[in-house]
Design a protein around this ligand. Structure first.
Ligand code: SAM
Length: 384
């Protein structure tokens, strides 16, 4: 084993784990590329745990975090040590649990952290945790039911099966998420919204709703942090945030409609082309501005290796408009056979025309707007 340090926590990780190509076949999994994800997880959990403790009058140590797919234990250990809450670290692999125990002992966290060795479903079934985190290999879909039923207040979900989520592996995505994705220029946001939609549907089975407080798509994974809202009324409200999108591949016009059964014409109202339909997916917001601000302040106050990167991501996410999906400016310019203008002045001219226009964390060449594609194309033509 070798000792590594993330945040304020040191843990042992196996030496057979190639840091450049982390593999599910290593004796115990550790991916250094997920350090920013774990940095953000610490800050998010810290902000949420503080709010929860204040709201419920809990002592922080009464809040328990279930890291259901723990591997070396690094995620849950960091949360316990850096946030100061209790944690259960679980993995179904005995080798992983031995390493988790070694790491608990090394960090002197025996009083607040427990290691368990079982299937994640078994851990979560019938047992409640304030905060549940699921970070499996690939798709979280088979574990969403047990995770939402177990989480009393808060849920973190990582999905690394971006190809099924984003429509690149269409049939696999349909099987896992019972939704039809679109594999186009906004496929990364498609993946995030399909995942949140599927968490919402899982929650509604248990008469629970969800409120995403922060979510992002970064490189090869999608991550969602959602508050759990108990009660059938909250489940009903949550389901109203689901819907469909009709998108025209020819002219890029898009239209969304909330509901689980909707009528939308196949014919594009702008160019008469044949639109593609996608859904059901989450059409509501995937972040809360105040929560993002609190997380940014928290990140600022912590000694973290990936602080700058994490704050940049949180800031772009916070500021991106709550409008489903985006236009890729370079693609629109290709359609018009013009060169792409600089982004900021272009966004400013869209705003001057009376519309919302922001960057998006999903893509550096893209923007979110409430203007129709026709208006955007006119503005681009005028700028060239
Ligand atoms: N959360 C870890 C981190 O941040 O470093 C990484 C977890 S790794 C992606 C997934 C882990 O889940 C592996 O250690 C694997 O042994 C374990 N695992 C896979 N399927 C499982 C299941 N059904 N129940 C419990 N553990 C499982």
């Amino acid at each position: 084993y070798r000792l590594i340090k993330e945040g304020q926590t040191e843990v042992y990780v196996p030496t057979d784990n190639d840091p450049d190509v982390p593999s599910a076949s290593a004796s115990v999994f550790y991916n250094p590329a997920m350090e920013m994800n774990r940095d953000i997880n610490v800050a998010v959990t810290s902000v949420y745990a503080k709010k929860l403790a204040e709201r419920k009058g809990f002592d922080k140590s009464q809040i328990t975090y279930a890291d259901a797919f723990s591997a070396s234990g690094i995620r849950g250990l960091r949360v316990s040590k850096e946030v100061g809450i209790a944690a259960v670290l679980n993995d179904w692999k005995e080798e992983a649990v031995s390493l988790i125990q070694k790491n608990i002992d090394y960090n002197n966290l025996q009083e607040t952290v427990t290691a368990t060795c079982m299937g994640a479903d078994k851990l979560l079934h019938g047992q409640k945790f304030a905060i549940v985190d699921i970070d499996p290999f690939g798709t979280p879909a088979p574990f969403l039911d047990s995770a939402v039923s177990s989480a009393s207040f808060f849920l973190g979900v990582t999905a690394t099966d971006t190809a099924p989520l984003c429509g690149a592996h269409l049939k696999s995505g349909m099987r896992k998420y019972a939704a039809v994705p679109l594999n186009n220029e906004f496929h990364s946001e498609m993946g995030l919204r399909i995942l949140i939609g599927s968490i919402a549907r899982a929650a509604s089975k248990f008469d629970k709703g969800i409120r995403p407080l922060f979510s992002h798509a970064t490189r090869h994974y999608v991550r969602v942090y959602a508050e759990i809202l108990n009660g059938a009324g909250n489940a009903d409200k949550t389901l109203k945030e689901l819907g469909f999108i009709a998108w025209c591949p020819q002219c890029k016009n898009m239209e969304t409609k909330n509901g689980l059964a909707v009528f939308m014409n196949e014919e594009c109202p702008v160019c008469g082309g044949k639109r593609k339909m996608s859904g059901p997916l989450w059409l509501g917001t995937f972040k809360d501005k105040d929560f993002c601000n609190d997380v940014i302040s928290k990140l600022n106050s912590l000694p973290l290796n990936k602080k700058e990167e994490a704050i940049k991501l949180l800031t772009v996410c916070r500021d991106e408009a709550d409008i489903p999906f985006f236009y890729d400016q370079h693609l629109l310019c290709e359609m018009l056979k013009i060169s792409a203008p600089p982004m900021e002045p272009f966004l400013e001219s869209v705003r001057k025309a009376g519309y919302i226009a922001t960057r998006t964390h999903f893509s550096g060449t893209s923007f979110k707007t409430d203007a129709s594609v026709e208006i955007i194309l006119d503005i681009l033509k005028n700028q060239s």
